[in-house]
Ligand binder design. Structure first.
Ligand SMILES: [Zn+2]
Length: 356
């Protein structure tokens, strides 16, 4: 197997935007071959990849989860080629989460024959909320001894044991078109959208960790036309299921402020929150203990982002997430990952595979 930095280069240079069937099949075949070389029995499941090591037994299997897709469109490499400066490796997907895939492969190699059966799941649509990956994550996690997710941690020296629940909504607002010069004519959908944006912002509660972001808006047909239509795309997050449902009720219950305007709300909850259970708390404690044995002090952390770990936790599996390498700039032009951290996290994951 190649050195971790070379493996990272190979994976980053295999661009894999979500939904690009041809590119996804390339990286899937490459990873299937790597996992087979490590002793796994790898086969595609739709556009995803599942590899099993050893005879699977209910309640015994450790499941490793990562995603192959990135948010970067094909061709990004041309302006953002893979490069290494000191400890930092830069490139599209270097941190989220090809660095995590390198850790996963390295850990399997370093751990030797695992005492427990192992399943490796590489999904292909995590970055758009796992519409087809979700049932597979649920199926593989349902009977797992532990599910370990190699997403990047929130901070160095941490694992992620809690994640927000996520929802996405689309607002469609209708008003009534009119000539902008006719006083009092029409109902502006754009003005209504402005009102609703402020109402949505009012749902934010920093203390309770409730976040609502009106991320994209549009509307109208010309500067001299009172806008007949407007739209918005909204991201909403909460730490607990009841708060997520309360938020959903508030967003679905939006009422127009302007007489004559209407609002339609589509979308809904895409990821349930990942909430610690007794089993996952025990697993986290054991993980911290094993890390301490390697001289790697670890603390638990909560993340406002979602991952496939949310779905694994929702079917009752004990989950440790954020086991990937540290870095900065996920989904941003300065995305980079620490090579030293890839080494440390590979040691940690190898120890978990051997000792959990
Ligand atoms: Zn990710």
């Amino acid at each position: 197997m190649m050195a971790p930095v070379d493996m990272l280069r190979r994976l980053v240079e295999m661009e894999s935007p979500t939904g690009d069937a041809v590119r996804m099949s390339h990286i899937r075949s490459f990873l299937a071959a790597e996992l087979t070389a490590l002793g796994g029995d790898a086969s595609p499941r739709g556009e995803h990849l599942l590899a099993r090591f050893g005879e699977q037994r209910a309640g015994e299997t450790i499941v490793l989860v990562a995603h192959m897709d990135t948010v970067w469109p094909a061709g990004t490499l041309q302006r953002m080629p893979f490069s290494v400066t000191g400890d930092a490796a830069h490139g599209p997907g270097a941190l989220d989460m090809k660095g995590g895939i390198v850790v996963m492969l390295e850990a399997i190699r370093r751990s030797g024959p695992p005492p427990r059966p192992l399943a490796v799941l590489l999904t292909a649509d995590e970055e758009i909320g796992s519409p087809t990956g979700r049932p597979l994550v649920e199926e593989v996690s349902a009977q797992a001894h532990a599910v370990l997710v190699v997403e990047p941690p929130v901070r160095d020296g941490t694992i992620t044991t809690r994640r927000s629940g996520l929802a996405r909504y689309q607002l469609r607002i209708r008003g009534q078109a009119a000539h902008a010069g006719h006083q009092g004519g029409g109902v502006s959908a754009v003005s209504e959208l402005a009102h609703q944006t402020l109402v949505l912002n009012g749902l934010v509660d920093d203390e309770r960790g409730v976040r609502v972001n009106v991320g994209q808006v549009g509307g109208g047909t010309g500067d001299n036309v009172v806008a007949a239509e407007a739209w918005a795309r909204v991201d909403a997050r909460a730490w607990t299921a009841p708060e997520q449902q309360q938020l959903e009720r508030a967003i679905r219950g939006l009422r127009p402020v302007l007489a004559g305007a209407t609002i339609e709300v589509a979308g809904g909850i895409t990821r349930p929150p990942m909430i610690p259970s007794d089993e996952s708390a025990e697993l986290a404690a054991r993980t911290v203990e094993i890390a301490a044995g390697l001289g790697q002090p670890l603390t638990e952390n909560a993340s406002g982002g979602g991952s496939d770990g949310n779905f694994a936790a929702a079917v009752g599996a004990p989950v440790i997430d954020g086991l990937g390498p540290i870095g900065v700039g996920a989904h941003a032009d300065d995305e980079r990952v620490s090579l030293r951290s890839i080494g440390q996290r590979s040691d940690l994951l190898a120890a978990l595979l051997a000792q959990l």
